[in-house]
Ligand binder design. Structure first.
Ligand code: GLU
Length: 299
């Protein structure tokens, strides 16, 4: 059975781009009589709150996007992440890194356009006395092999990275103890039995890292479908900062069915924009119609 998931970060109210990915994830699962899981990705206590988690649940419901089970939120899953971390440590793959940029965005999903850099391996082979001489608290990185990992994405085709060249050893745990998105998402997708991940195209570049972790942990990776991003008319990516496009503001002007119709038309699923419910859309959903390219949204 197909098991899909909503994996929102409760760091703000959903915007249209989040809703778009959630709508496609939901339709793909419901079309196949699969199961939908909701998981709150609240790894970073400073950026997320239960208030936003409630708003996200309510918004999903309002658009008719239901779920069959809500799994434990990431902030309550530290023991599971500890176990995976220890397992990788036991394989000799993890080392402390004292570099100052180490904390940068390590716990959040690195979206397209955020500065991602290839870690040059500075702390890879420090001796124990060199480690003892450091004053900074370290973050923890995993060694990556000189191996290519290829994603066979349902929408985007194949995407390959040579991890050692394109990514470098990446952070699994920040210096403040917060686990990184890359580790948490893999442990959770495996433990939640997720077989199909539908999410924004900005996370395609994280997928080879996640496939590497799945393999090390002895689990199979899910199927991936990275959907287009929604862009503002000036070509910028929509974000939670676009106040006028947050769902609260939009719902004062349009019905949920009207908004779903606009998104479905933009995706290529309808010939014209007309009000439609999520369940009606699921009955005509077809991946072959869904566009791969990013979408400029006009409301
Ligand atoms: N929680 C992540 C986000 O909202 C999504 C992670 C994922 O789908 O893998 O950006």
């Amino acid at each position: 059975m197909t098991v899909g998931r909503f994996a929102p970060s409760p760091s703000g109210r959903m915007h249209l781009g989040n809703l778009f990915a959630a709508l496609l994830a939901w339709c793909a699962v419901r079309r196949e009589d699969g199961e939908m899981v909701l998981r709150m990705e609240d790894l970073d206590p400073q950026r997320t709150s239960p208030h936003f988690a409630d708003l996200i649940r309510r918004d999903l419901e309002r658009f008719g996007l239901d779920w069959d089970r809500e799994v434990p939120r990431q902030s309550s899953r530290t023991p599971a992440y500890d176990a995976a971390f220890e397992r990788l440590e036991g394989m000799g793959l993890i080392y402390p890194c004292y570099c100052s940029r180490a904390q940068v965005h390590a716990a959040s999903a690195p979206h397209l356009g955020q500065s991602e850099f290839v870690y040059p391996g500075t702390c890879r082979s420090l001796t124990s006395s060199q480690r003892a001489a450091q004053s900074r608290k370290p973050c923890w990185r995993i060694r990556v092999p000189g191996e290519e990992w290829t994603v066979r994405d349902r929408l985007q085709g194949t995407y390959t990275e040579l991890l050692s060249r394109d990514c470098g050893d990446f952070v699994l745990r920040r210096a403040d103890g917060v686990y990184a998105y890359q580790l948490a998402v893999v442990v959770d997708d495996a433990d939640n039995g997720v077989t199909q991940v539908v999410r924004g195209r900005d996370l395609l570049a994280s997928t080879p890292r996640q496939m590497y972790l799945f393999a090390l942990l002895g689990k199979s990776a899910p199927e991936y479908c990275h959907v287009p991003l929604l862009l503002a008319p000036d070509g910028r990516r929509l974000s939670k900062r676009d106040g006028d496009l947050d769902l609260g503001a939009l719902l004062t002007r349009f019905s949920p069915e009207t908004i779903i119709g606009v998104l479905a038309f933009s995706a290529g699923l309808l010939d014209r924009s007309k009000p439609i419910s999520a369940s009606e859309l699921a009955s005509v959903f077809d991946w072959r119609k869904v566009r791969r390219e990013d979408i400029i949204l006009t409301l």
